[in-house]
Design a protein around this ligand. Structure first.
Ligand SMILES: C[S@@+](CC[C@H](N)C(=O)[O-])C[C@H]1O[C@@H](n2cnc3c(N)ncnc32)[C@H](O)[C@@H]1O
Length: 266
C-alpha cells in the first residue's frame, strides 16, 4: 500500500488546526447536509469534520467516518465517537465498501487528491454505497500549492519539480479539483452542480495555523526528498529560510481554489 503523503506524528494536530468549522458548515450546507440524513464521510481524518456533519444531521441522522489510517481512526474514536449516530471505521477507499445502496449522502473532502491513480475507482466505490437518488459530494483543491505572489525566483524554479515528484512518486494530484465534474458526468449522475470557493486565501499578517500547516508541507518534502534541493542555494536550509521569509511577509498573496461538485445518483 502506498502511504499517505502527509503522514507524520503531527498529522491529527495539523488537520484539526487547519479546519475552519464555519467554512465546513457552509460547504456542507451547499452540499445539502441536513437533519435526518445518513452520511458517509470518506477520508474523515481525525474526525473533526465528521463531528460537524453529525451536529448538522441531528439525532435522527447518522455519520460514518472512514479512513485508512489506524492512528486517525483511533484518535477520532476517542475524541468524537461519544454521542449516538457517529462512528469511525478503518477502511481503504481503494477497496469497495461493505455498504450497498445505504447512504443518503457521501461526502469526500480533501481525500481524492492523495489518490491520483485510483481516482475513478474510489469515486465508483463511493457511488456504490449511495441509495438511488442520494447525493455524491466531492470537495477538493485545484492547482494546489502553486498560487503565490511574489514568489522568489529560486523557489519558483523548484516548485514545478516538487509538484511533479509528488505526482509521480507519491500519487498526489494537484489538479484533482478540475476533474470532479467530469467524473460525476461520466458516472451518469443527475443535476450535477459545481461551486468554486477560495481556500488558503492568505494575505497580510500570517496566522499561526496557516504557518503551521504550510511549514508541515515544507517539512514533508524537504525531509523525504533532500536531493531535490541539492542545487538550491544552501540546500534544504536555504529553501526553508527563503520560504519562511516569503510566507511571513504580509505583502505575500497565496490562494488555492476549492471546487465542490455534487450530483444525484441515477
Ligand atoms: C487531508 S486529510 C482530510 C481529512 C478530512 N476529510 C478533512 O476534510 O479535513 C486526508 C485524509 O484522507 C485519508 N486517506 C487518504 N487516502 C485514503 C484512502 N485511500 N482510503 C482511506 N483514507 C484515505 C488520510 O489518511 C487522511 O486522514
Amino acid at each position: 500500500m502506498k502511504s499517505y503523503l502527509m503522514e507524520s506524528p503531527d498529522e491529527e494536530l495539523r488537520l484539526e488546526l487547519k479546519t475552519d468549522p464555519d467554512a465546513v458548515r457552509s460547504q456542507a450546507e451547499w452540499c445539502g447536509v441536513g437533519e435526518g440524513l445518513k452520511i458517509l464521510d470518506a477520508g474523515c481524518g481525525p474526525g473533526i469534520v465528521t463531528r460537524i456533519l453529525h451536529t448538522m444531521v441531528g439525532p435522527s441522522g447518522s455519520v460514518l467516518g472512514v479512513d485508512y489510517s489506524e492512528k486517525r481512526i483511533a484518535y477520532a474514536k476517542k475524541k468524537y465517537e461519544n454521542p449516538p449516530g457517529i462512528q469511525f471505521v478503518k477502511h481503504d477507499l481503494r477497496d469497495s465498501l461493505p455498504y450497498k445502496d445505504h447512504f443518503d449522502l457521501v461526502w469526500a473532502r480533501f481525500v481524492l487528491e492523495y489518490n491520483r491513480n485510483e481516482l475513478v475507482q474510489i469515486v465508483s466505490n463511493l457511488s456504490a454505497t449511495l441509495k438511488q437518488g442520494g447525493a455524491l459530494c466531492l470537495l477538493d483543491l485545484d492547482n494546489n500549492c502553486m498560487n503565490h505572489f511574489p514568489l522568489p525566483e529560486k523557489i519558483r524554479a523548484v516548485l514545478p519539480e516538487i509538484l511533479n515528484l509528488l505526482e509521480t512518486k507519491y500519487n498526489f494530484d494537484q489538479f484533482v479539483g478540475r476533474k470532479l465534474y467530469t467524473i460525476l458526468y461520466d458516472l451518469g449522475y443527475g443535476d450535477v452542480s459545481v461551486e468554486m470557493r477560495p481556500h488558503h486565501l492568505i494575505y497580510g499578517q500570517l496566522m499561526d495555523r496557516d504557518f503551521f500547516n504550510w511549514i508541515k508541507k515544507v517539512e514533508m518534502i524537504t525531509s523525504r526528498e533532500k536531493q531535490l534541493f541539492a542545487g538550491y542555494p544552501e540546500g534544504v536550509k536555504g529553501f526553508f529560510r527563503d520560504f519562511e521569509n516569503f510566507f511571513r511577509d504580509p505583502r505575500r498573496f497565496t490562494y488555492t481554489p476549492l471546487i465542490m461538485c455534487k450530483g444525484t445518483k441515477p
